[in-house]
Design a protein around this ligand. Structure first.
Ligand code: SF4
Length: 370
């Protein structure tokens, strides 16, 4: 149940072109997709596949791997064979690695054509990508701008855009339009200004993110601030939350952000009270236990964990299920209606059972309808 059904769909989204990465559509009216990057050694196929499989399990829709050398490039087809989501090869400077990656069957490249040398090399990479319909993401980063761009514009949003447009021109000169662009800076407002400027110049889909955002909590807050501003202006077709943390955490934060804005629906949305002088249970522990116990649920459900039986169910009446703690006991409720009263120690287990039964019935019903 939503407050009046308002979502960010209510606000206009920038009209971008659609591109395809494997089975995934990015841009146009496609949902804003969530991606991450592995931090394993790409040459270690087993470790990289294991990490990608963990990312897939938590909802990652697109994954990028670093390709620093030929051994890593030659590992790509083995990785690709063992995963289900589109694979993007991240390549700097070396056009030969790009050609190998395309040959190995990747679904996308991240490569700045201005950094790979002569026009002939750009032409060769573009020809290989065109033949297999593989998009190229131009990824401009505030920390690695070209010298001449910095000399002309300084470290400004205009510099990020000028750099991106320089790379775009090289691809457009080859009549190649399977392009996606990111402009990343660790400065939230500079990033916002840059994407606004770029949106006036091109209609290629945008990969958005606040780069080097920081450790788990700080990075999540900074990313949420920046990405919400961008998405609120309709800017962004796919996103990565960059955290100094396990890649799985990036997916968690990305989905929480998109769910909060009504742009995606996946898994539980936890509504938990801030606690106050009326709280007579260990609510922080209870909320964490519920979150952990329901992490496997993929269906969109609102779950409330409230500190008191007086206000809890009422305050959380928009939740699908919930717990309201009392003195040594608690209530299990569904959409504000009390289902049962149990000792504190049995609450989490009972809530999980209710949710799982509900989800199983829903699945059965949707199966019957097919
Ligand atoms: S639900 Fe109850 S315990 Fe939690 S903040 Fe509200 S009044 Fe306090």
């Amino acid at each position: 149940m939503a407050w009046g059904g308002l979502t960010l769909d209510f606000w206009p989204r920038r009209q971008s072109r659609e591109i395809r990465l494997g089975e995934l559509t990015v841009g146009g009216r496609a949902p804003v997709s969530v991606q991450s990057m592995t931090n394993t050694d790409t040459r270690d196929v087993t470790a990289t596949v294991a990490q990608i499989n963990r990312l897939e399990a938590v909802g990652c829709e697109l994954v990028r791997v670093a390709v620093p050398d030929e051994t890593a490039a030659l590992a790509l087809s083995s990785i690709k064979k063992s995963i289900s989501i589109p694979l993007i090869a991240d390549i700097h400077f070396n056009y030969r690695l790009a050609l190998i990656a395309v040959d190995e069957g990747v679904d996308g490249l991240r490569l700045n054509p201005g950094n790979i040398g002569s026009a002939a090399r750009v032409r060769e990479v573009v020809a290989a990508c065109r033949e297999r319909s593989i998009p190229i993401r131009i990824g401009v980063n505030g920390g690695s701008l070209e010298k001449e761009v910095v000399e002309k514009y300084g470290y400004t949003p205009q510099a990020l855009v000028a750099s991106a447009l320089g790379h775009v021109r090289l691809l457009e000169d080859e009549n190649f339009a399977l392009i996606k662009i990111s402009l990343k800076s660790s400065d939230v407002m500079a990033t916002l200004s840059a994407y606004r400027l770029l949106a006036e110049a091109v209609d290629y889909p945008f990969h958005i993110g606040i780069t080097e955002a920081g450790t788990m909590l700080r990075g999540a807050v900074k990313s949420a601030a920046g990405l919400a501003l961008l998405l609120g202006e309709g800017l962004g077709d796919t996103l990565r939350v960059s955290l100094t943390a396990a890649p799985e955490a990036e997916i968690f934060v990305a989905f929480e952000l998109l769910k909060s804005l009504g742009l995606r629906r996946r898994g539980i949305e936890l509504i938990s009270c801030p606690t106050c002088g009326r709280t007579e249970v260990d609510l922080i522990r209870l909320a964490e236990a519920v979150e952990k116990a329901l992490a496997h649920i993929q269906e969109p459900l609102k779950i409330a964990v409230m500190g008191c039986v007086v206000n809890g169910p009422g305050e959380a009446r928009h939740a699908d299920f919930g717990i309201a703690g009392g003195k040594g006991v608690g209530l299990i409720f569904r959409q504000g209606e009390i289902l049962k009263k149990l000792p504190e120690s049995e609450l989490v287990q009972a809530l999980v059972a209710e949710v799982e039964t509900f989800v199983a019935k829903q699945k059965m019903r949707s199966g019957e309808c097919r």
